[in-house]
Design a protein around this ligand. Structure first.
Ligand code: NAI
Length: 330
């Protein structure tokens, strides 16, 4: 039997946490043969809620779950952690990252230090809390001993939303659609790109561009439907989406650790190495393939003018967010 992995979930008393924890305990993130120990962290005002969440985890009688530590102490939470899922932070009220940066920089700086000192030295981190890319950047900068390739941010929910839009438009199974790309930042400007996407047609694959008669749709409604999906769900549910985000977290970690299927890439916020001309060091969402716990950016995609413009605008936005984050530190 495999040794258990210790998974930290911050903001665990919140909405996404409530959906995510049972998924992890059932093996949806790390596989059906991987035992887990859960460390669940939230802040003092939510300590009672967190206790209730722990009780439900225990009552789930999940065979893979080998222990639960529920705490409001960051250091206790970070001890010996192999995987850290960062949901905790100040909630986004408007669809605006700048306002949130000030509130979250301090939190991510402190949690970075705790992870650096107490987590496993090869700990893999996924930042979900918004502004996700910039929180991840702060975490990377203040946990310099954690390898930079171990710090990522979530763009998989937008990626999955884009797959769904294509699937609905073409009336094909969502599992037959692949290789959309979310470039750059998880912000109101987020850019889903289907120029390189393909659909399994049984006898091989056909490009989405060939299959979609209305090319205009891909550069208009497709993009805005993905950009506005979060708000559309809030209107319907009177709460923001939670299990779709939790499921995307599981997809992100599973593919990162267990590998992406051959011929398939996914979108992840990762530190830029200068690929596609994006400034090195930013946490920017790229198409990546993963193998044996390592991601690599898909190279050589032909970028047209429309894509270039969007990719550069998102780069500028992230440079601006980085500036704001740093200005709030000094
Ligand atoms: P929520 O507000 O229900 O939960 C957040 C939890 O974090 C709360 O329980 C809060 O007490 C806790 N928290 C606040 N400060 C903390 C700290 N310093 N340490 C530990 N915990 C802390 O929010 P929800 O819906 O669960 O979303 C979580 C985050 O994920 C939000 O920031 C949201 O904007 C973001 N998000 C990002 C997505 C993405 O695609 N990147 C998609 C969906 C949500």
């Amino acid at each position: 039997e495999k040794d258990p992995l210790t998974v930290l979930v911050t903001g665990a008393a919140g909405q996404i946490g409530y959906a995510l924890l049972p998924m992890i305990a059932r093996g949806a993130m790390l596989g059906p043969d991987q035992p887990v120990i859960l460390h669940v962290l939230d802040i003092e005002p939510n300590a009672e809620t967190l206790k209730g969440v722990k009780m439900e985890l225990m009552d789930g009688a999940f065979p893979l779950l080998r222990g639960v530590i529920a705490t409001t102490d960051v250091i206790e939470a970070c001890k010996g952690v192999d995987i850290a899922i960062m949901l905790g932070g100040f909630p986004r009220r408007k669809d605006d990252n700048i306002d949130l940066i000030f509130k979250n920089v301090g939190i991510y700086k402190a949690q970075a230090s705790a992870l650096e000192q107490h987590a496993d030295s090869n700990c893999k981190v996924l930042v979900v809390a918004n502004p996700a890319n910039t929180n991840a950047l702060i975490l990377k900068e203040f946990a310099p001993s954690i390898p930079e390739e171990n710090i990522t941010s979530l763009s998989r929910l937008d990626h999955n939303r884009a797959l769904n839009q294509i699937s609905e438009n073409l009336n094909v199974h969502v599992g037959d659609v692949k290789n959309v790309i979310i470039w750059g930042n998880h912000s109101s400007k987020r850019y889903p790109d289907a120029n390189h996407a393909a659909v399994n047609i049984g006898v091989g694959h056909k490009s989405v561009k060939e299959l979609i008669a209305d090319d205009h749709w891909l550069n208009t409604d497709f993009i805005s439907n993905v950009q506005n999906r979060g708000q559309t769900i809030v209107k319907a549910r009177r709460l923001s989406g939670a299990f779709s985000a939790a499921s995307a977290v599981c997809d992100h970690m599973r593919d990162w650790i267990l590998g992406t299927p051959k011929g398939t890439w996914v979108s992840m916020g990762v530190y830029s190495d200068g690929s596609y001309g994006i400034q090195p060091g930013l946490i920017y969402s790229f198409p990546v393939t993963c193998e044996k716990g390592e991601w690599s950016i898909v190279q050589g995609l032909k970028i047209d003018e429309f894509e270039r413009e969007k990719m550069d605008a998102l780069e500028r936005e992230l440079i601006e967010e980085k500036k704001v984050a740093y200005s709030s530190l000094h």
